[in-house]
Design a protein around this ligand. Structure first.
Ligand code: XMP
Length: 321
């Protein structure tokens, strides 16, 4: 059944929260549910909705897949502790890197993340906790692009004819699926989440593996993690929809200390957008770009070239993978 969109102009956050809380409580009944919190606005909003509906009967996990940004697991857990939500970190780094081994194709990479996340990691957590439901923050843009065959978002099943209960052994509840990112931000604020969360830049489910062209090895993830930290730091004071660093596969000839260095290339993308359906590259000043490039080639080992993407979505997509 097609999903009925709720546009931000017609969204009443209080009514939405009341309705979804009731819905979650009635679906889960007196059972248990689990959810994965990544700290992004979607999963944070779902966590708060779920806790409102189920209290302690919702168990929230932060899955450390080894692909997250610098210090992300600790930061998110302590932020939610302040909000009164207990979050358990699950160390699944080895599982994800094993699943990604040897994979170069973008869609295969996304599929490997999906299977590891839903089958291996959550399959076990659900069994252990005896929960029957997983709550997750799929939004309408995730569904649209997956159904259109543009990009298989890691969290879309039913619209592809996949029954999560048969495939993974539990049901999935998606309270945000009628909203786009701008609507989720309004709901997140109404749920009492701090600005640092409701205004947070989107970060994709496949995390930094979506920012490495070809195989996402632990070594390459380390490089792109550092480039990401520098990029986010340098662009922190500018209001953008999303910015990212991408590690390319091809090497180029550079010079360092008077010697040839056949080094790595990092591409920077920075987007202006409202709902991620269409986007334009931000017109960053040359001063900012130069400072960013200088820091990356100085601080990230092996990188000799930094480029800035100037192509809009479409025909680009926002993430490179
Ligand atoms: P694209 O690259 O499709 O990205 O133009 C649009 C927005 O979606 C995010 N994105 C994802 N989010 N799971 C997610 O939860 C995914 O598999 C995924 N892929 C892309 C991306 O960061 C951007 O904000």
């Amino acid at each position: 059944m097609p999903v009925k969109e709720i546009k931000v102009a017609e969204l009443n956050a209080e009514d939405f929260i009341a309705e979804k809380t009731k819905e979650i409580a009635s679906i889960v009944g007196d059972g248990l549910a689990v959810n994965a919190l990544s700290g992004g606005v979607d999963s944070s909003a779902v966590t708060m909705l779920g806790h409102k509906a189920l209290g302690k009967r919702l168990k929230t996990y932060f899955i450390n897949n080894g692909l997250m940004r610098q210090n992300e697991p600790e930061k998110i857990v302590s932020l939610f502790k302040e909000l009164g939500v207990q979050v358990e970190i699950v160390d699944a780094q080895e599982k994800f890197f094993n699943a990604l081994k040897g994979i170069t194709d973008p869609e295969e990479k996304r599929e490997a993340i999906t299977q590891t996340f839903y089958k291996e990691v959550f399959g076990r957590l659900v069994k252990e906790s005896q929960a029957k439901h997983l709550l997750q923050g799929t939004i309408l843009t995730d569904v649209d692009e997956t159904v259109a065959g543009i990009k298989r978002q890691h969290n879309v099943f039913e619209q592809l004819g996949i029954n999560p209960e048969e495939a993974f052994g539990y049901k999935i509840i998606e309270p945000l699926v009628q909203l786009r990112k701008d609507g989720v931000r309004v709901v997140a604020e109404a749920l009492g989440l701090p600005r640092s969360v409701f205004n947070r830049m989107p970060f994709p489910g496949p995390a930094l593996s979506a920012r490495v062209i070809a195989e996402a090895t632990p070594e390459k993830i380390k490089i792109v993690r550092l480039a990401t930290a520098i990029t986010e730091e340098e662009l922190a004071s500018i209001s953008v929809f999303q910015c990212m660093a991408i590690l390319h596969q091809d090497r180029v000839t550079g010079i360092r200390n008077g010697k040839r260095e056949f080094g790595l290339q990092v591409e920077i993308r920075c987007w202006d957008s409202i709902d991620a359906r269409v986007a334009k590259p931000t017109r960053l000043s040359y001063d900012i770009l130069e400072r960013l490039a200088n820091r990356i080639v100085t601080e990230v080992p092996g990188v000799v070239s930094v480029t800035y993407n100037i192509t809009a979505k479409p025909p680009s997509t926002m993430e490179a993978v």
